[in-house]
Design a protein. Structure first.
Length: 137
């Protein structure tokens, strides 16, 4: 199973992240977001940030998680390449994200993400988990 894929949306970009569990799918959503911004293969895992979130449903939890990733990217001037997520039954998320300070001489500059949207956002659970989101570029 692939970790994530992109789909075309007018003036934006959408992605689907996959995982054997909700935790793994959320981790792959983090990779999808940061591969839009830069190449995560070039981001060294040297600095760690941890955070926790609670939401009322899984779609809101996904939105809040992606927003938090962008927040740390913008405020800490960091790119992330490793994502560790634990989600409890009470929709409480604990995340550790690992990366490094942005260095545009080292990191490929791709596309900046302006915002996460709720448009067509979904969490689908079958024998695997599929997350879908669209980001505003």
């Amino acid at each position: 199973m692939k970790n994530f894929e992109y789909f075309d949306v007018t003036a934006d970009i959408g992605f689907r992240a996959y995982g054997k569990s909700l935790n793994e799918a959320f981790e792959n959503a983090g990779l999808a977001i940061f591969n839009i911004i830069s190449d995560t293969d070039d981001i060294d895992a040297v600095s760690e940030i941890s955070f926790e979130l609670c939401s009322e449903d899984e779609v809101s939890l996904l939105y809040d998680y992606l927003e938090e990733l962008l927040f740390y990217h913008e405020v800490e001037f960091m790119l992330f390449s490793e994502f560790h997520v634990e989600i409890s039954d009470e929709l409480h998320l604990k995340a550790r994200i690992i990366g490094e300070t942005i260095d545009w001489n080292k990191h490929e500059r791709k596309t900046e993400i302006k915002a996460i949207t709720f448009h067509k956002m979904e969490v689908v659970k079958t024998d695997f988990v599929r997350l879908q989101a669209i980001v505003d570029l």
